[in-house]
Design a protein around this ligand. Structure first.
Ligand code: NDP
Length: 294
């Protein structure tokens, strides 16, 4: 097991870049005050990794939060993703520049292909390879890529993705995919690690939390780290952002790791990577409401 130390610790990607293993997710955090505050609270609490995406509609707020935190940019591992309707070589190059502008930065630490859009993701990957070779981004990766997507991508890729960000929690472990990524040197990363809030209903984890004198979130997030998986829980509440990160002063026993591993039900709370379908008009409507909410 990698040594797990504190919020500034990380796993080393196959190109040697250190990726902090614990970050803040900001999906559904409203642009403006909400996301600005959550980013600032996280950085103040010691987080050094923020995960956003162009489709979240909050990159400007993330950039403002980073700036207002006064934490030097180079201490922060900043991640964004190219959205489905932005895929293709030229489109991705443009999308990247737009994300940088909104985030008010001149580089990203990690840029991800958000979903494996059929007929597009290979061209998108070429653009990410160019950005990487031009030193515009410190690492490149994918998200929601199953094994067959990765195998297909690797047929033409000149760079192996450094990261695969997947839905991952006790109800969806996908151990075979995790093993495959580990074997290829692709860092596995969990999205919706708290099952979008539903984890808190699981009595078995509640009992474990009481035994360790920890919160349910702490148990599950510690399980991620002990499995070698990067985790990015989302919250917009200061006390949760702070308490979720209290995972560095205890260790789950092998027996409890197994109990959590065995809760797997192959259950998804997000779309399936083989059957996702976000038609362009859905994205437009989604973005429209995101802007109105802020
Ligand atoms: P999470 O599993 O992180 O759960 C977030 C939910 O849990 C929110 O409703 C939050 O509410 C609540 N919550 C957080 N902490 C606590 C706590 N201690 N007690 C009670 N409730 C809590 O869901 P996400 O889907 O947001 O996943 C995390 C991140 O992963 C995203 O933010 C995004 O960055 C990334 N992601 C990537 C995807 C991809 O396709 N690549 C897809 C989905 C997510 P509140 O905010 O009110 O505290």
């Amino acid at each position: 097991m990698n040594k797990i130390t504190d919020l500034k610790g990380g796993f080393t990607l196959h190109n040697g870049v250190k990726m902090p293993y614990f970050g803040l997710g900001v999906f559904q955090s409203k642009d403006g005050e909400e996301v600005i505050n959550s980013v600032k609270w996280a950085l103040e609490a010691g987080y050094r990794h923020i995960d956003t995406a162009s489709v979240y509609g909050n990159e400007e707020g993330v950039g403002t939060g980073i700036r207002e935190s006064r934490v030097p940019r180079e201490e922060i591992f900043l991640v964004s993703k190219v959205w489905n309707t932005e895929q293709g070589y030229d489109e991705t190059m443009k999308a990247f520049e737009n994300s940088l502008k909104r985030l008010n930065t001149d580089y990203l630490d990690l840029y991800l292909v958000h979903w494996p859009v059929r007929g597009k993701y290979k061209e998108t990957w070429k653009a990410l390879e160019t950005l990487y070779k031009e030193n515009r981004v410190r690492a490149i990766g994918v998200s929601n890529f199953l094994r067959h997507h990765l195998e297909d991508l690797l047929e033409d890729a000149s760079i192996i993705p450094m990261v695969n960000q997947m839905e991952f929690h006790p109800y969806l472990v996908q151990q075979e995919l995790l093993d495959y990524c580990n074997a290829k040197g692709i860092q596995y990363e969990a999205w919706s690690p708290l099952m979008q809030g539903r984890i808190f209903d699981l009595e078995i984890i509640n009992n474990m939390a009481q035994r360790y004198n920890k919160s349910i979130a702490n148990i599950v997030l510690r399980w991620d780290l002990q499995k070698g998986v990067v985790t990015i829980p989302k919250s917009v509440k200061k006390e949760r952002i702070v308490s979720n990160a209290n995972v560095f002063d205890f260790e789950l026993s092998d027996k409890d790791m197994d109990i959590l591993n065995n809760l797997d039900k192959k259950k998804r709370f997000g779309p399936h990577p083989r059957a996702f379908d976000f038609p362009p008009f859905i994205t437009k409507i989604w973005n429209y409401y995101q802007r109105r909410r802020s």
